[in-house]
Design a protein around this ligand. Structure first.
Ligand code: ADP
Length: 229
């Protein structure tokens, strides 16, 4: 699903490489944590995968295609296959739960019939069937992130990318969200999570890629956060 070889990336204004000679390979239906302190390069890797930024050197293949060479008109196809989940949720606060999820499907041209069938289904997967009509601003943080997950899976992406998805949540709620991500993964979706949450990484015992100063310093199956920190 993702194959990085000697990947390097430097921001225009950056002094050093934000990503320095990184190689890894992530297969179908894997669950992978990216960990490392602030500025280690976690977000940059995720941004490279969705081609928000381009590598300066090395190669990065996503779904078998070299993202650096992807023509602009192919970007929507790449991105519709990747569901994004954000620390700050990025929902339409004044709109309903239903509308927030439906909008993601409208954008890619789903039929009204498909939307009417799919939205209640994904809302029930994240435990929000009864909140379809609620406004986002009336929900708790945990409920809002559930909407974020429902939106991310609405278009049946092959991969979910979550950048600090639990950064704004208390630990109990964070665990609920991670359990949902795990159940999405068990249904066959590849899940990549950048996180600072040590307890969650230790508890979930999934593959961990450790970043430090732009370098990949560890890649462990069933890793524990404390290997590096
Ligand atoms: P993390 O997600 O692990 O906190 P980032 O990928 O955001 O790390 O940052 C990696 C490095 O790239 C850091 O040194 C950071 O300062 C730098 N960086 C991130 N975004 C930009 C940007 N837009 N312009 C210049 N430098 C950036």
């Amino acid at each position: 699903m993702v194959e990085a070889k000697n990947l390097c990336m430097k921001y225009d204004k950056g002094k050093h490489n934000a990503i320095e000679n990184i190689s890894f390979s992530i297969g179908r239906a894997e669950f992978v944590f990216f960990v490392g302190s602030s500025g280690a390069g976690k977000s940059t890797i995720l941004r490279l995968i969705i081609r928000e930024v381009k590598p300066n050197d090395g190669s990065l293949k996503v779904f078998g295609r070299d993202v650096a060479r992807l023509p602009r008109h192919r970007l929507p196809y790449l991105r519709r296959n990747i569901g994004m989940v954000f620390q700050d949720f990025r929902l339409m606060e004044e709109r309903s739960v239903y509308d927030n999820v439906a909008f993601a499907m409208v954008v890619i041209g789903s039929s009204r019939k498909e939307i009417r069938r799919r939205v209640p289904h994904v809302l029930s997967l994240v435990g929000l069937k009864d909140k379809a009509k609620s406004k986002i601003m009336d929900l708790s943080g945990g409920e809002q992130q559930r909407v974020g997950l429902a939106r991310a899976i609405a278009n049946r992406p092959a991969m979910i990318i979550a950048d600090e998805p639990t950064g704004n949540l208390d630990q109990g709620t964070a665990l609920d969200i991670m359990n949902l991500l795990r159940s999405i993964n068990l249904r066959g979706t590849t899940v990549l999570v950048a996180t600072h949450n040590r307890e969650i990484v230790e508890r979930f015992k999934k593959r961990v890629l450790y970043l430090d100063n732009g370098k990949l310093v560890g890649d462990e199956q069933k890793g524990i956060y404390t290997n590096v920190h």
